[in-house]
Ligand binder design. Structure first.
Ligand SMILES: [Fe+2]
Length: 314
């Protein structure tokens, strides 16, 4: 057990990234996912040099009802301190509720506002931290497991990416769903590989357009969750045909495990795990961390025999 400390000296920024926390009143023991979320926030905010943002890539709740959001608020109230900045994508589960998608999206926006004290009116948004763009895509309706991305959102995304590209800094894009067909999808979407539709586990009909925009720029990192894949190495794309860390031209794709539900297909499938993102002048580092144990995940050699992913900024 040790406090989070950056791998190298003088990072420009550091963030905690987790996904699929699935806070759920109907969980057999609702306190379990709540504890995992609280552990991650407490570990993140206790970092030796602080953490610039706490990021959840969707499915914060298992259903977007009032009771589940009350539990999320309860978790944040019980943490040692609040994250400096909360960046919370919307997931398909946050959109599902007995009262329909519009009501659930309203609850996500209301509770995001309650949690970080800033007004939120859309499921897509961006934030500039220490000169780096953090761009969040988000479904605007119920598209089942996929995301409903409007033409307005695509236009907004394209213009934000242009601004981010002009910054000359690495660009971080987050969406609950992966691009279609990445990280071994569609087969890795389910534990028993029973899903066979080409878009299963992916963002859906706008995937190709989003990918085209992402690939216009250098040093772009696209983070997703959704499929509840455990942590697997960069090299496992060669041996198993899928990985959490993929390169597609200039684009780096990262899929996060579920923080609080069971994971599958990974070399490490336990709960409590996410990634510390560290940005330096010349490189980006991603380090799997077991927030519930306050320690780095060392058992999976992520890339080049090291328990982290490192890439030089070009
Ligand atoms: Fe999920």
């Amino acid at each position: 057990m040790s406090k989070i400390n950056s791998l190298y000296n003088n990072p420009i920024l550091t963030c905690t990234v987790v996904s699929d926390t699935h806070i759920d009143i109907n969980h057999p023991v609702p306190a379990l996912p709540m504890k995992l979320l609280r552990n991650a926030i407490d570990d993140s905010t206790s970092a030796v040099n602080g953490t610039d943002a706490f990021i959840i890539i969707g499915d914060t709740t298992s259903r977007g009802n009032d009771r589940n959001w009350e539990l999320v608020n309860e978790v944040f109230k019980k943490t040692k301190r609040k994250p400096e900045c909360l960046l919370m994508a919307i997931g398909n589960h946050d959109i599902w509720s007995d009262e329909g998608a519009e009501a659930a999206i309203g609850r996500y926006l209301k509770n995001y506002t309650l949690l970080d004290g800033k007004e939120h009116s859309k499921t897509y948004f961006s934030k500039v931290i220490k000169g780096c763009y953090f761009i969040f895509l988000g479904s605007e309706g119920d598209a089942d497991c996929e995301a409903e991305i409007s033409d307005d959102q695509l236009e907004w995304f394209s213009s934000k990416m242009k601004d981010a590209g002009e910054s000359g800094k690495p660009i971080f894009v987050f969406c609950h769903q992966s691009l279609n067909g990445k990280h071994g999808l569609p087969k890795t979407f389910s534990r028993d590989e029973s899903d066979t539709g080409p878009m299963d586990g992916g963002i859906g009909t706008k995937s190709a357009e989003i990918e085209q925009i992402l690939k216009k720029y250098s040093n772009v990192y696209y983070f997703s969750g959704h499929s509840h894949m455990g942590i697997s190495s960069f090299e496992s794309i060669e041996t198993k045909g899928y990985s959490d860390f993929e390169k597609d031209g200039n684009l780096t794709l990262i899929n996060l495990p579920s923080l609080a539900c069971g994971n599958h297909h990974g070399e490490f499938n336990k709960t409590g795990c996410g990634l510390q993102l560290e940005v330096y002048d010349d490189k980006v580092v991603l380090r799997p961390r077991r927030y519930n144990r306050k320690k780095w995940l060392k058992s999976v050699k992520i890339k080049d025999g090291k328990p982290y992913y490192e890439e030089t900024i070009k």
